[in-house]
Design a protein around this ligand. Structure first.
Ligand code: PLP
Length: 407
């Protein structure tokens, strides 16, 4: 009898738990700002018009079926995925140095990178991985699951509500040579605060000098600023230095393909020979984790990435999403300023992407939930997508009350 009687119950995922509390709340003024998924101005999930069109094309194709994908995924998709990341560095694409393997969305890309590095890098070097503090919580669980030591760099300067550039640089300088650094390429989750271009350049100098291994996580390309190339600037800047690195890419947010689990892991190799070897090793890992990746979302994404007309339409849809989010940022900030809510609120419009780190304390967050039926993380992170023109004033009023009432 194995029984497993000594099992300790695991904590439910905080975000999914908030989501379910929100669903159970019957108050009409409730607002869900927990999960990072886009909503339109009526608060409903939005199927991108371009995705609708691509879906029709995919399903009308007489060759459409439910066969397995190759282990490395759908080539038409992975090639298009690499092209939108590295368009400003066409040379890399021409030299055929990018190894791309389809993954179970961004989470799967992070996992495959972690598993590869655990087996082929950390086992020999004993390197630790440095993740930002705070970060998307799954980063830590993924790296711990492959037994890599997790360290942090101090990303958020809570006092000044800004990116802690000096703190991050200090850790990059003092970490053992050859450590792994996981960087959010754009729209940092949860803070929404990105380094400036000058700060990125300084960080790259240190990362290169200290021979750290860089893994970029890009879950918001095009969603953050509305411009694909602007959001991939940091990793393309790094690519200029001729150092190999990894990129974990998700199409959950920028194509609204959340549940279709559409993503890709890329490795930028020194040359085509290493690229081919890496491809074979990553396929071996893929085979024993998921065998082969999900097909449906990859087919839709491939259509969008390879059909020039759809690609243009996609860019328009990206602008629709990012401009609505930015409008909500302005509205929330202006309402808090108009209410003379104690504190400064410019960080809300300085941040980009899905999330805003409001600076509210756990007790204030609790107050907002109990008194105003607002659901968001205890760390004060709100998903901007949960705001719309009907609820943003209610949210501002709640924040104002919480800040004045609760210390
Ligand atoms: N990485 C970051 C930083 C994220 O914020 C997310 C989603 O919230 C992901 C990766 C992966 O998401 P998915 O697995 O849905 O693509």
């Amino acid at each position: 009898d194995f029984g497993f009687t000594e099992l300790i119950e695991a904590q439910p995922d905080a975000i999914f738990r908030l989501n379910s509390l929100y669903s159970q709340d019957e108050d009409p003024s409730k607002v869900n700002m927990s999960i990072g998924a886009y909503r339109d101005d009526t608060g409903r999930p939005w199927i991108l018009p371009v995705v609708k069109k691509a879906t029709e094309i995919v399903e009308k194709d007489p060759n459409f079926n439910h066969e397995y994908m190759p282990i490395a995924g759908y080539g038409r998709f992975t090639k298009g995925a690499a092209e939108i990341l590295f368009k400003p560095n066409e040379q890399l694409l021409k030299e055929d140095r990018i190894c791309s393997i389809q993954s179970v969305s961004g989470t799967g890309a992070n996992f495959t990178a972690a598993r590869f590095l655990a087996e082929h890098y950390v086992r020999k070097s004993g390197a630790a991985v440095y993740i930002s503090n705070p970060t998307w919580p799954v980063h830590r669980t993924i790296w711990e699951s492959v037994n890599v030591k997790v360290e942090t760099y101090p990303y958020w300067d809570a006092k000044n509500r800004r990116f802690d550039f000096e703190g991050t640089m200090d850790v990059m300088k003092s970490a053992s040579e050859g450590s792994i650094f996981l960087l959010h390429a754009c729209a940092h989750n949860p803070t929404g605060m990105d380094p400036t271009r000058e700060q990125w350049k300084s960080m790259f100098e240190v990362l290169l000098a200290r021979k750290h291994l860089v893994v970029f996580d890009i879950a918001y390309q095009g969603f953050a600023s509305g411009d694909l190339d602007r959001d991939s600037w940091a990793l393309n800047e790094f690519a200029k230095f001729d150092r190999d690195f990894f990129v974990c890419q998700s199409f959950a947010k920028n194509m609204g393909l959340y549940g279709e689990r559409t993503g890709c892991l890329h490795y930028v190799a020194k040359n085509n020979d290493v690229k081919s070897k890496m491809q074979s090793v990553l396929c071996l890992i893929q085979r024993s984790t998921i065998s082969n990746p999900p097909a449906y979302g990859a087919r839709i994404a491939a259509e969008i990435l390879n059909n020039p007309e759809l690609f243009e339409q996609w860019k328009g849809d990206l602008r629709t999403m990012s401009s609505r989010i930015n409008e909500m940022r302005r509205h929330l900030r202006d309402s808090l300023v108009a209410l003379k809510t104690p504190g400064t609120w410019d960080h809300i419009t300085e941040q980009i992407g899905m999330f805003s780190y409001t600076g509210l304390t756990p007790a204030q967050v609790q107050f907002c939930q109990e008194k105003y039926h607002l659901y968001f993380s205890a760390n004060g992170r709100i998903s901007m997508a949960g705001l719309n023109s009907s609820n943003v004033d209610h949210v501002a009023k709640a924040f104002d009350h919480a800040v004045r009432e609760v210390n």
